[in-house]
Design a protein around this ligand. Structure first.
Ligand code: NIG
Ligand code: FE
Length: 441
């Protein structure tokens, strides 16, 4: 099925920030100029270090359907710019966040404090905290409460330049509760401006009172087919870890996902080494995510195969974990994507600029390569790369206006919001400041 289908029909009116005027939301053709325009030099999946195509005094124009009809020199625009200035800023593709755990409800700051006091993520999971706790919070909340909790987060993401994102289940922990979370994800997708895909994280934690094997069987025999039949999922995910599921479960989930016609993703080698990266690659997974403890075989498998490495530097930072061998992955020819991993446990971070900043410093990723990882390759992971993730004629006018022409500023100033304006399908949906120039968007 079309992975973006249900998420594309958002109601921008329900989502606009306080700085957005009625005029900004009208679906009309438009054009934006800036001192520089950047986009991935190659279509995804971009292997190894990504490069940017850069146009000085660049501009884009879009039609009244929000489709790009021009990308090039500002002087050649088909009609006058409606916003931006040719003397400042940088136009870049909107960020695509390819790994989040929205929708969830409630934070777990006390677990963060407990970890600072010496407890580990594993300790807290073993005591009924962690994923099981978020499952209880989700079960106790009404659908309206869950959506109301998530809307401001999605809105903050838009302000920070995220124009498309993944939503996941995994806090249901029963067949019915997982299906409910998937339906909630579709509801949230319809309520927000961004394009969303929904990943069924069928095996995230072993439900209390069940064995690992019994849940894996229920997930494969009941949950995945039911979610696929209802059109609730665009991909299937599994958490492979000593506190969660093993490589045999990965194989079973891969088979169930394939039978349902859904791409496979996996949380791999996050807390310890399991070999899930190479196993996922051998099973044709679309991505292996986290990878803090990936080994040489995993690096070689991701370098040679069609499985992207989704890097989650904010969760590495928050867990004070070992960084994955990103230089090795890039040298091997791996395709990297960057995501926030936005969740209440390991990464209460919803900012792609922050994920990029941490990724560049902690993982040694060059800013240009990070931008490709956060746009073109991220769109490829979600199956949206035919229309999102790059600035090309025919693609959707999902873009950010960065306040500085130099994209390295995004990584250089963690904690600073570098986004002057965010546009989805040519409509301004967020941004910290008013863009300068004609039209004053
Ligand atoms: O990607 N590690 C597994 N899943 C999430 C954390 C979920 C949670 O703690 O609520 C992750 O880090
Ligand atoms: Fe995750």
């Amino acid at each position: 099925m079309d992975p973006a289908g249900p998420g594309l029909a958002g109601d921008p009116g329900a989502f606009s920030g306080p700085d957005v005027t009625e005029g900004d939301r009208a679906m009309t053709r438009g054009a934006l100029v800036a001192r520089r325009l950047v986009t991935s030099a190659e279509p995804p999946p971009v292997r190894g270090r990504g490069r940017l195509r850069s146009i000085e005094r660049g501009g884009v124009a879009w039609d009244d359907a929000g489709t790009l009809v021009f990308v090039g020199d500002a002087g050649d625009l088909p009609w006058p710019a409606t916003s931006g200035s040719p003397d400042e800023g940088c136009i870049a593709p909107g960020f695509v966040d390819p790994h989040t755990h929205l929708p969830f409800v409630g934070w777990r700051a006390d677990e963060f404090e407990a970890r600072l006091g010496g407890r580990t993520y594993r300790d807290l999971a073993g005591e009924g905290g962690g994923i099981a706790r978020s499952a209880r919070l989700l079960a106790a909340a009404s659908d309206d409460e869950v959506v109301a909790f998530c809307l401001p987060i999605a809105r903050e993401m838009a302000a920070l330049g995220t124009t498309a994102l993944e939503l996941k289940t995994g806090y249901g922990l029963s067949v019915e509760a997982e299906l409910r979370q998937a339906r909630l994800a579709r509801t949230l997708a319809d309520a927000i401006t961004q394009t969303c895909t929904v990943t069924l994280l069928a095996c995230h934690a072993v439900p209390p009172g069940m064995t690992r094997a019994d849940w894996a069987r229920a997930a494969c025999d009941e949950l995945i087919p039911a979610a696929a039949a209802e059109g609730l999922a665009d991909a299937v995910d599994i958490y492979v870890e000593d506190i969660a599921f093993d490589l045999d479960d990965l194989g079973r989930v891969a088979a169930a996902a394939a039978a349902a016609g859904l791409p496979l993703r996996c949380h791999a080698d996050q807390l310890g080494h399991s070999g899930a990266a190479e196993a996922g690659a051998a099973l044709g997974a679309r991505s292996a995510d986290h990878l803090n403890h990936i080994g040489a075989e995993g690096v070689a498998a991701l370098g040679a195969g069609g499985t992207a490495a989704v890097l989650l530097p904010a969760s590495t930072f928050l867990l004070r974990a070992t960084a994955p061998p990103v230089e090795d992955l890039l040298d091997a020819g791996g395709a990297i994507a960057i995501a926030t991993d936005c969740n209440p446990g390991t990464s209460p971070v919803c900012s792609m600029p922050e994920a990029i900043a941490i990724g560049c410093t902690l993982y040694g990723i060059e800013p240009a390569s990070a931008l490709v990882a956060a746009t073109a390759n991220a769109a490829w992971v979600l199956g949206l790369d035919d229309r999102l993730g790059r600035l090309e004629v025919g693609m959707r006018a999902d873009l950010v206006l960065l306040e500085e022409a130099d994209v390295s500023q995004v990584a250089y100033r963690p904690g600073h919001d570098p986004v002057a304006a965010t546009f989805v399908a040519g409509e301004r949906v967020g941004g910290a400041r008013t863009a300068a120039g004609p039209g004053g968007a």
